[in-house]
Design a protein around this ligand. Sequence first.
Ligand code: NAD
Ligand code: UD1
Length: 358
Amino acid sequence: MLKKKHKNKPTANEEMNILVTGGAGFIGSHTLIELYQAGHTAVVVDNLSNSNPESLKRVAAILRDQTPSIDIEVPFYQVDIRDRQGLERVFANHHFDACIHFAGLKAVGESVAKPWEYYENNIGGTLTLVDVMRQHGCKNIIFSSSATVYGDPAQIPITEQCPKGQCTNPYGWTKSMLEQVLTDIQSADPEWNVVLLRYFNPVGAHPSGRIGENPNGIPNNLMPYITQVAIGKRPELGVFGNDYPTPDGTGVRDYIHVVDLASGHVCALQAIERHCGLAIYNLGTGQGYSVLDMVKAFVRVNGVDVPYSIKPRRPGDIATCYSDPAKAHAELGWQARYGIDEMVRDSWNWQSQNPEGY
Ligand code: NAD
Ligand code: UD1
């Protein structure tokens, strides 16, 4: 790979080489496609603890189909971000303009049972990553945060000004704490550009049906549970509570198509180009849907049945959570393009083409 002279302030619309940690995972794999489509290149670092390298083969196949003249192979290192020497090897081989940092453990329930593992992996890993980055003069990072940092939100829709709240689990705290760690690092050294992206509820899959979410075991999240019921892997969906103060009593969330979320990361590179210092953006649609809205849309669009029954509320859940995404629109020109029909269509397209995942 050609080494470019390091510049911490890339000029506008510059093609960048991006270190994508966790790039074999759900959101990372979709982001690789958007990065290459926008003219950037990437190198993936992933320890494959929650992913399959097949996802990267499929990313290459999708890119090949889109531009048959170019054979794109995304360089991949099976390296743990806690492994300093492993990261050093990657930085010795490549120059990076920025890092999009997806690598982390993300199962809420597991984090309650294994808090040490979550703090060590997510916080320890990020501290090592950021240290190696700065030693190699790469001080641009886009971090995968979550709407979970708002806790029980003080206002709806949630703007970035909304105060952070009490998280209900160690996973959420790792996101909240890492936001603070990166904020402090940027404030101590203004050469850093730190973009914190607070995702709402990612669903859907690439419209090709070749890459998508591949949960281990029983899914925690609504959409993979729905698709596994639809394909017959699980008998029925449990709807966690129908007595919330929402239009139909079930929880309301801001579901966002993963391709829109992925394109948000490419747009966020503009903040780095502008030398933003610290910037925080919500990535959501601004539209809330209830659990039953999602089930009904899934059944209507895909013509498959999703049996469900009402269960007690899930501890830690809130009634309503949706974003005000105006800041990302105003400053990055980013806006979600896909609606609920595409979300449920593409989730099913992926699940039905890949009943066992990768
Ligand atoms: P994912 O599990 O599919 O992807 C994460 C990837 O990171 C996996 O491929 C995993 O193998 C890798 N990884 C984990 N620990 C690592 C380590 N120590 N070293 C190297 N690689 C490691 O998850 P995703 O849904 O794609 O989420 C990506 C990021 O976005 C995560 O940080 C997650 O917490 C965050 N996020 C996800 C959601 C969501 O609902 N999917 C919502 C908000 C935030
Ligand atoms: C969850 C996490 C949050 C994380 C987010 C990532 C909790 C408390 N929060 O958010 O930290 O950032 O995932 O996507 O776990 N539901 C059912 N039946 C199910 C599954 C879910 O009724 O089998 C309902 C939930 O009660 C909720 C909605 O569906 O109202 C969405 O749930 P889920 O997909 O788990 O996301 P969140 O709880 O919003």
